[in-house]
Design a protein around this ligand. Structure first.
Ligand code: 13P
Length: 285
C-alpha cells in the first residue's frame, strides 16, 4: 500500500498534536539512508532523512537528491528529505531546486535581525516552490560536521525572542537552543524543558530538538510531551556505522564478502534508528 505523502510541516504538526516526534537522522550514503528507512517501515512511522552540508557537498545536490528521492519513493512510509544546519543561502536554494522537502537555514551565529533576514530570504524562495524551512535561534553548543560552536559562543533562546524570531522570520519549524548539544554529552545537560512547553502554545511552528544523541529516554519523552515534534540524531548514526565497521573487521578479518558486510552494517544502523523511533512514538495519543 502506498503511504500518504504529507509535507514536512504537515508531519510535524501532526506529531505535535499527537504527542510524538518524527525522528530526523543524519545519513551520509545510500546504506545509512536505506537502513533508517527500513527501521521506519518496520515501525510504520514517518521519518526524515537529514543531510549535513558536508554530505551535500560531497555528492552534489542533484545526485544526492536523486538518490534519496528514489529511496523515499520506494518506501512504504512517508520519507522526507531535509537539509540540516545550512549557513549558505545559495546552497539551501540549490537543495530546494534538487528536490529536498525542507531546508534548515542556520543563521544562529548572526545577530537576531541578520538571522531573520537570512531566514526570510530562504523562506521566500522555498515557499514559492512548496518547500518548508527550519530556523534556529540561540546557539546550540557542540559540533555538527562543519558547524562548530564552543561553550563560550553558545547561547540559549528565551521566550520573547523566540516568539519574535518565529513571527518575523516566517519559518515553519523552530529549533531553539534549549541546552542540548551536538555530539556526545560529557555530563548531564541542563535543559530548558519549560521553554519547549511554553512554545507549544506561544508559537504555531513545531519545535525541533537538536542534539538527540545520548539523551536519556526520560529526557526525550519529556521533551516530546512538552511539544518537541522533530528530534535530530546524528552522532549515534555515525557511531553505529563506524563502530560496526571496526567490530566486523575484528571479528572477520579475512572475510571477502562485501554484500554480507553491507547487510551486517545495515542491521546495526537500522537497530539504532529503530531504538530512537520507538522512544519518539511511545507516548503517542
Ligand atoms: P547529535 O549529533 O548530538 O545527535 O545532534 C544531531 C543534530 O542535532 C543535528 O542537527
Amino acid at each position: 500500500m502506498k503511504r500518504e505523502k504529507k509535507t514536512f510541516l504537515e508531519e510535524l504538526q501532526q506529531a505535535k498534536a499527537g504527542r510524538y516526534a518524527v525522528g530526523a537522522f543524519n545519513i551520509f550514503n545510500y546504506l545509512s539512508a536505506s537502513a533508517v528507512v527500513q527501521a521506519a517501515a518496520e515501525l510504520d512511522v514517518p521519518v526524515i532523512l537529514q543531510t549535513s552540508v558536508v554530505t551535500v557537498k560531497e555528492f552534489g545536490p542533484a545526485k544526492l537528491g536523486a538518490m534519496l528521492r528514489l529511496i523515499a519513493e520506494e518506501a512504504s512510509v512517508n520519507v522526507l528529505i531535509h537539509l540540516d544546519h545550512c549557513q549558505d543561502i545559495e546552497l539551501a536554494k540549490a537543495c530546494v531546486d534538487a528536490g529536498w522537502d525542507s531546508v534548515m537555514y542556520d543563521g544562529s551565529r548572526l545577530s537576531l535581525e541578520e538571522n531573520i533576514a537570512g531566514c526570510r530570504e530562504v523562506v521566500k524562495y522555498a515557499h514559492s516552490r512548496g518547500v518548508d524551512v527550519e530556523g534556529e535561534f540561540g546557539r546550540i553548543v557542540g559540533v555538527e560536521d562543519a558547524v562548530k560552536v564552543s561553550a563560550e559562543d553558545a547561547s540559549l533562546a528565551g521566550l520573547e525572542d523566540s516568539i519574535y524570531f518565529v513571527r518575523e522570520s516566517g519559518i515553519d519549524a523552530y529549533a531553539p537552543a534549549i541546552g542540548t548539544a551536538h555530539g556526545v554529552y560529557i555530563g548531564t545537560p541542563t535543559i530548558n524543558f519549560n521553554l519547549v512547553a511554553e512554545l507549544k502554545t506561544a508559537v504555531e511552528a513545531p519545535v525541533v530538538i537538536h542534539g538527540g544523541t545520548g539523551l536519556s529516554e526520560e529526557t526525550f519523552r519529556r521533551l516530546i510531551r512538552n511539544g518537541g515534534a522533530k528530534v535530530n540524531v546524528s552522532t549515534a548514526i555515525k557511531h553505529a556505522y563506524l563502530d560496526t565497521c571496526k567490530a566486523y573487521f575484528t571479528e572477520f578479518p579475512d572475510k571477502l564478502d562485501p554484500v554480507g558486510f553491507d547487510r551486517y552494517l545495515t542491521r546495526a544502523i537500522r537497530a539504532t534508528a529503530r531504538e530512537h523511533m520507538e522512544i519518539f512514538t511511545k507516548d503517542r495519543i
